[in-house]
Design a protein. Structure first.
Length: 288
């Protein structure tokens, strides 16, 4: 007797998650290298504690510097990191926390360093010396902070400066989210170069908390954050949960000294991972 078998086919769908490595290019032509002079100043420890023009507290890290005004304002360099190379190929990475008004009088692209940073490249007795430098990404453990400033008169404006940024900031915009504000579009804030703070345009009324904030880096990367907490004092910093991706520059930490003579190329890469979800048909069968 011949046995009959019944073949049953079923079609189902399965979602597969793929982790794909992507490599995106970014323009680093603003990074240098530049040629300028370095010297050192004794006020740097106070600047590193938040007393500098950039009002950035490095939490005890004195590998800092004061940038000349044309570069500081032209590249919005408060909080950015700079890799400085001496004539022997040694390098040190510092963070810009202050302004040096007179630096550009001696030579363009000059930087005033803390004694600790200067001594990592040359003995202090050298005093002033020509070097090359370039901006590099600042490696951070934390996220971007928003440093707010309100007028003492209690007026209708406030300024905000992103701090602890991995890359320089190109622009900043705000979108109101207050229930009493019917504006629904992004408002591009103007930059005040003397303070490196972004303020609302004069033709716009004040933006009250809460609101959305959009920050664009010099590499055109955009991060957004919902600012719900209200800054209530004359100078207050609010933390966020966003940060620019690690993309351009070196892997050096502030204070690192190396002997690498490579000044980089005109392009770097963003190494990132993309999670792709694919739904594919699965054909199964069984014989009974």
């Amino acid at each position: 007797m011949r046995t009959k078998h019944l073949a049953i086919f079923s079609l189902s769908w399965c979602t597969v998650h793929l982790l794909v490595s992507a490599e995106l290019t970014c323009d680093t032509t603003l990074d240098g290298p530049f040629e300028g002079q370095i010297t050192y100043y004794d006020y740097a420890d106070h600047a590193a504690a938040g007393g500098g023009s950039c009002m950035i507290d490095t939490k005890g890290d004195h590998m800092v510097g004061a940038m000349n005004t044309p570069d500081l304002d032209g590249r919005l360099m408060c909080g950015m990191c700079v890799e400085i190379s001496n004539d022997s190929g040694d390098k040190v990475v510092i963070k810009i926390v202050d302004r040096c008004p007179g630096c550009a009088d001696h030579h363009e692209h000059n930087i005033d360093l803390s004694p600790e940073a200067f001594e990592a490249l040359y003995p202090l007795v050298v005093g002033r010396v020509l070097v090359t430098w370039r901006t590099v990404e600042c490696p951070h453990a934390g996220n971007i902070g928003l440093n707010f400033k309100f007028p003492e008169s209690g007026g209708y404006w406030w300024g905000v400066r992103p701090i602890n940024v991995r890359h320089g900031v190109q622009s900043l915009a705000v979108k109101p989210a207050n229930e009493n504000d019917d504006r629904t579009e992004w408002i591009d804030f103007d930059l005040a170069l003397n303070t490196q703070q972004f303020k609302k345009p004069t033709d716009q009324k004040r933006v009250y908390f809460p609101f959305f904030i959009r920050i664009t880096s010099v590499y055109d990367e955009v991060v957004e954050y919902y600012v719900e907490q209200e800054a209530t004092v004359k100078m207050d910093t609010i933390g966020t949960d966003v940060q620019f991706s690690s993309s351009c520059g070196s892997d050096s930490n502030p204070g690192d000294v190396t002997n690498d003579n490579n000044n980089g190329t005109s392009a770097a890469y963003i190494h990132t991972s993309l999670l792709l979800s694919l739904t594919i048909p699965i054909l199964t069968w069984a014989i009974y």
